[in-house]
Design a protein around this ligand. Structure first.
Ligand code: DQA
Length: 144
C-alpha cells in the first residue's frame, strides 16, 4: 500500500505561521508523525510539499498507477484550484482532503473547496491528527 501525502502553500511554515490557528508544531514534526504512523499501519508513504500549484499537479500526475491513496491538504489552493481537482480526477486515485484548522468555522472564502467533490472524505479541525485519520481511511478502503 503506497500513500502520497500532499501539502500545499505555506504549510512548510507550520510552527511559525499563525500558531493560534495552526499550533506550534513544525512541518518537520508533521512529517515525523506521518512517517511513524505509516510504519505502524504498514503503509509506504511519500510526503511532498510545494508552494506552487503546478508542482502539486505534477506530483498528482506522477502518482498515476504508482500510488493507492492520496492525502491532500491543498491549503489556500483548496479554495481556488480547478487544476488540482482535475488532476485528482485524471489519475482516479482515492483521496481524502485534510485541513488542520476547522475551515467551516473560518472566513466565508474558506467554505469553498474545489477538491471536496472528488475526495472520499474531508477531515478538518483535527490538527495534525487529521492526516493520520485520512491515512487510516484510505488503508481501510484498500482492504475492503
Ligand atoms: C488549511 C486551511 C486553508 O484555508 C489555508 O489556506 C491553509 C491551511 C488548513 O490546513 O487548515 O493554508 O488548509
Amino acid at each position: 500500500m503506497k500513500l502520497l501525502v500532499l501539502n500545499g502553500p505555506n504549510l512548510n511554515m507550520l510552527g511559525i505561521r499563525e500558531p493560534s490557528v495552526y499550533g506550534h508544531q513544525t512541518y518537520d514534526d508533521l512529517c515525523t508523525l506521518i512517517r511513524d504512523h505509516a510504519a505502524k499501519i504498514g503503509a509506504d508513504v511519500e510526503i511532498y510539499q510545494s508552494n506552487h500549484e503546478g508542482d502539486l499537479v505534477d506530483k498528482i500526475q506522477s502518482a498515476y498507477q504508482r500510488v493507492n491513496g492520496i492525502v491532500i491538504n491543498p491549503a489556500a489552493y483548496t479554495h481556488t484550484s480547478v487544476a488540482l481537482l482535475d488532476a485528482l480526477k485524471a489519475v482516479g486515485i482515492p483521496a481524502v482532503e485534510v485541513h488542520i484548522s476547522d475551515v467551516s468555522k473560518r472566513e466565508e472564502f474558506r467554505q469553498v473547496s474545489y477538491v471536496r467533490p472528488y475526495c472520499r472524505a474531508t477531515i478538518a479541525g483535527h490538527g495534525f491528527n487529521g492526516y493520520l485519520e485520512a491515512m487510516d481511511l484510505l488503508m481501510a478502503e484498500a482492504n475492503v
